[in-house]
Design a protein around this ligand. Structure first.
Ligand code: ADP
Length: 848
């Protein structure tokens, strides 16, 4: 039962999401940085490669230019030596005047020197006087530059280089010349040598190391002498133009220079090493310039393609790294989301566990049951506060108890076995626990086995049921009391459930039916009617919810009051077939929720009452008979007394004294009153004896007739009669007439100061018509409400109001004969209302 930590934050997930976002951002930053560095490295490499190439190329071109220059210098020096040697030998040669010798000499020199094609000597006029080529002798070249310039300058120490000139063969030549001084120092001709273009051709081509490279020689004046390979029409071209490589180099005054720029020939971008050829040993009138040049594009071709390759590689690397990183991050995010989900799941589980734990702890805490966990030997492993409290310990006490310490409902020896049994067969059972202080209480234990970490434990809850046991006992007592009361009831009573099975049968019922409770309880199918009728049929109880002919045919005086039903009948099987007249009441039974649970019937043996009633009726009848006969028979002597007294009075008129006459008057009056009393008595007894059968009678018609008889009295008394609609009832027409007559007569007779106002009405009720005759007369005090209906009972003297006090008694008798009731409600000095009822006819009931 370890507690799970309660912290279940979402903050972990949030923190890791933030961390992931940071990491993703820094990954991009690192990538960008790496790519920048890589780009830098690439750029640097490219730059250094470019610089190296440039540098290397410059060096190489310079070297090549130098090679050419040095060779040309050597060639010029050699040529100079040859020419000066010719000049030195000139006097000797000229002395001999053997031109052939001179020519041979020149031939030998020219042959010896690969760079010289032609050597010849010109005289002061410019005519070839000697040459290694015979065909030139005698030709006049005084216009040629190589003659004209030295001739003009006449400086024997200067080595004249002629600007390139075109030969007849179309090739260009440069001649180097020396002045041949005369002995007096004057100009004596020129010795000149034409530099062999083939030699230069070979020289220039020997330095070429790339197909795009060319090398060239220029004359100091700017005229191109030769370009190898031929660049198309360059020889003879004047390059001493602004912006040309030549001009830029010449202007710089440097011996060597490396320049880049546009080529004049094809305007391609070129790099060019130039070198001035001006050997110190020679005093050249014009220097020569040699140049080695390469096409820029060709030099950097490789570099460019490498650079493009590198750039492409860089882009590819960037793209690959970028998408790789994006993919990686995608995976990272997926992993993070998976991890978050897993974390969420774990959190959820932890939360669930936590909730479960809280629920468990709460359940334990709030449970009103004593929850306890026992090991297989019945040792208490854990318990909740309720359990500890239940046993009389503190709620936080650490209990070291065994089940034998508290359970006394099971013998101690059997307890361990009981624990094991419960572990395997969960059960609920009742037992008793003993508190720490020794007091004992009843409990209901619910136990079942649980496996924790491989071991079995009994998980049990004890519920204190001492109150329930107590209540059960008191319930039992109260039930017993109820049963006793039920048994004690003098009326035979039984109860059926909704299926009409007998669920209660009291002692009076046993006595009346002769059937013991034990025999009949639980029986249905009209078993209760057998003791009453000898067979199974319906009895009053079965009509509780239905009102039909069978009920009326079998029962008398059937009445419903609320949901109760009353009736009388004769039950032939009761009292061992002796039979009994019974009165019964039936009522539905409800439980405390108002749900119908059955029906109760209580039966009273009214045989004795019935007999008494019958006897009473018989004696009443006899009495009435007697009264009738007596009053009838009394009439005769009374008439005689009255008649003869009157005769006597007439006869003795004037003979008797006053006193005797008044006595006679009393006799007559007494006899007359007695006669009317006897008449009244007769009519009273006739109500029962000489009555007619009840028949349908229209009350309105009866009333109209009565009112007609009262016509005069009504007029005299100024009475107002108000009459509502009256029904047709089952009645004795003449008795009904007498009833109205007596009531209306009284209403007029007992009028007050005001003119009488009489209201006659009839209201239909559930079982009868309620008639009312209301007046505004003197009223009756409540204490006389009953008395006035008794025979010969009056509230007034005859002098106040005439009468015999029989009217209402007759009314009561008539109403009673019709099955109704009569009563009065009145306020003294305000008026009285006489009510009487007449039961509804079956027809009335139908139309209701
Ligand atoms: P009687 O009228 O002959 O006295 P009844 O039996 O008719 O006899 O009446 C009995 C008594 O009831 C009367 O004496 C009278 O006091 C009283 N009573 C009857 N009807 C009325 C009425 N409508 N108003 C007041 N009192 C009445």
């Amino acid at each position: 039962m370890t507690k799970e930590s309660g912290t279940l934050p979402n903050s972990d997930t949030n923190a890791s999401q933030t961390a992931l976002r940071h990491s993703i951002r820094s990954q991009w930053l690192i990538l960008a940085l790496a790519l920048t560095i890589l780009a830098g490295v690439f750029a640097y490499q490219t730059f250094t490669a470019h610089r190296d190439i440039t540098h290397q190329e410059q060096l190489r071109l310079q070297t090549q230019a130098r090679v050419i220059a040095l060779n040309v210098e050597r060639q010029l020096e050699a040529t100079e030596l040859a020419l000066t040697s010719v000049i030195k030998d000139m006097p000797y040669l000229l002395r001999h005047e053997d031109i052939k010798l001179t020519n041979r000499r020149l031939q030998a020199l020219a042959d010896a020197m690969s760079g010289i094609r032609t050597m010849f000597v010109l005289d002061a006029e410019g005519t070839v006087v000697a040459s290694n080529r015979d065909e030139l002798i005698g030709r006049d070249f005084h216009t040629r530059d190589y003659f004209a310039t030295p001739a003009k300058d006449n400086n024997p120490s200067v080595f004249y280089l002629s600007p390139p000139f075109k030969t007849v063969l179309g090739s260009f030549l440069i001649n180097v010349s020396h002045v041949i001084p005369a002995a007096n120092g004057s100009f004596n001709g020129v010795v000149t040598a034409a530099l062999d273009p083939e030699y230069f051709q070979v020289l220039l081509s020997s330095v070429l190391y790339a197909p795009d490279m060319w090398s060239a020689i220029n004359h100091g004046d700017g005229i191109r002498f030769m370009t190898v390979p031929d660049q198309g029409g360059q020889p003879g071209k004047n390059l001493a133009l602004p912006g040309t490589f030549f001009t830029r180099h010449r202007k710089s005054g440097e011996l060597e220079s490396v320049l880049t720029g546009k080529s004049v020939s094809d305007s391609s971008e070129r790099i060019m090493a130039l070198r001035t050829v001006q050997p110190q040993k020679l005093q050249l009138d014009k220097p020569l310039y040699v140049a080695c040049s390469r096409d820029y594009a060709a030099i950097y071709g490789n570099w460019r393609s490498n650079t493009i390759k590198q750039a492409v590689a860089f882009l590819l690397i960037s793209a690959a790294a970028g998408s790789g990183l994006a993919l990686f991050q995608q995976r990272q995010r997926e992993m993070a989301s998976l991890a978050a989900q897993a974390q969420d799941l774990m959190n959820l589980r932890a939360e669930e566990r936590h909730k479960l734990d809280i629920r468990y702890q709460t359940l334990q805490a709030v449970s009103r049951d004593g929850i306890h966990i026992l090991d297989q030997d019945g040792n208490l492993v854990e318990s909740n506060a309720t359990f500890r409290q239940m046993l009389g310990y503190g709620t936080t006490d650490d209990l070291q108890l065994n089940i034998t310490d508290w359970d006394i409902g099971i013998p101690p020896k059997e307890l361990a076995a009981k624990v094991r049994e419960l572990i395997h067969t969960p059960a609920i059972f009742e037992t008793r626990h003993r508190r720490r202080d020794g007091t004992i209480f009843d409990v209901e234990v619910n136990g079942c086995g649980v496996q924790l970490d491989g071991a079995w434990y009994l998980y049990a809850s004890s519920r204190d049921i001492s109150k329930r046991v107590e209540m059960d006992a008191s319930l039992q007592k109260s039930r017993q009391l109820q049963a006793d009361i039920f048994d004690f009831l003098p009326d035979a009573t039984f109860v059926v459930d909704l299926d009409k099975k007998i669920i209660a049968w009291n002692r009076a019922m046993e006595e009346m039916s002769g059937v013991a409770k034990e025999e009949i309880l639980g029986q249905g199918d009209h078993a209760y009617t057998i003791p009453f009728y000898g067979d199974r049929r319906n009895q009053l109880l079965d009509f509780i919810d239905i009102d039909d002919d069978e009920l009326k045919a079998n029962y008398q005086g059937v009445t419903r009051l609320g949901d109760r039903l009353f009736g009388e009948t004769f039950c032939p099987a009761l009292y061992n077939g002796k039979g009994a007249h019974v009165w019964a009441i039936v009522a539905p039974l409800y439980d405390s929720d108002g749900m119908r649970i059955g029906t109760i019937e209580s039966i009273r043996n009214i045989t004795a009452i019935k007999e008494t009633e019958a006897n009473l009726a018989r004696s009443n009848r006899e009495l009435e008979q007697f009264a009738y006969v007596a009053s009838h028979d009394l009439q005769e002597p009374l008439r005689k007394i009255a008649g003869f007294t009157e005769l006597l009075a007439i006869r003795s008129k004037g003979t008797l004294d006053e006193k005797a006459e008044s006595y006679m008057a009393y006799i007559v009056d007494g006899a007359t009153r007695m006669s009317s009393l006897i008449n009244d008595l007769l009519s009273y007894s006739r109500v029962m004896s000489s009555s007619r059968e009840l028949a349908e009678t229209d009350c309105s018609a009866v009333l109209s007739r009565v009112l007609r008889d009262f016509d005069l009295v009504i007029k005299e008394s100024n009475a107002e009669i108000v009459c509502g609609p009256l029904p047709v009832v089952q009645a004795d027409q003449s008795q009904l007439g007498q009833l109205f007559q007596n009531l209306i007569g009284n209403a007029i007779k007992y009028r007050g100061a005001a003119a009488p106002k009489i209201t006659i009405n009839a209201v239909k009720r559930r079982t009868d018509w309620l008639f009312s005759v209301a007046d505004n007369g003197i009223g009756v005090a409540p204490e006389f409400y009953e008395r006035i209906f008794a025979i010969f009972q009056r509230l007034h003297t005859r002098t106040e109001y005439p009468g015999t006090g029989i009217g209402l008694a007759v009314c009561q008798r008539i109403v009673k004969r019709h099955g109704g009731k009569i009563w009065v409600e009145s306020t003294v000095a305000a008026g009285s209302t006489f009510f009487f009822t007449i039961p509804l006819t079956p027809k009335d009931t139908e139309t209701t």
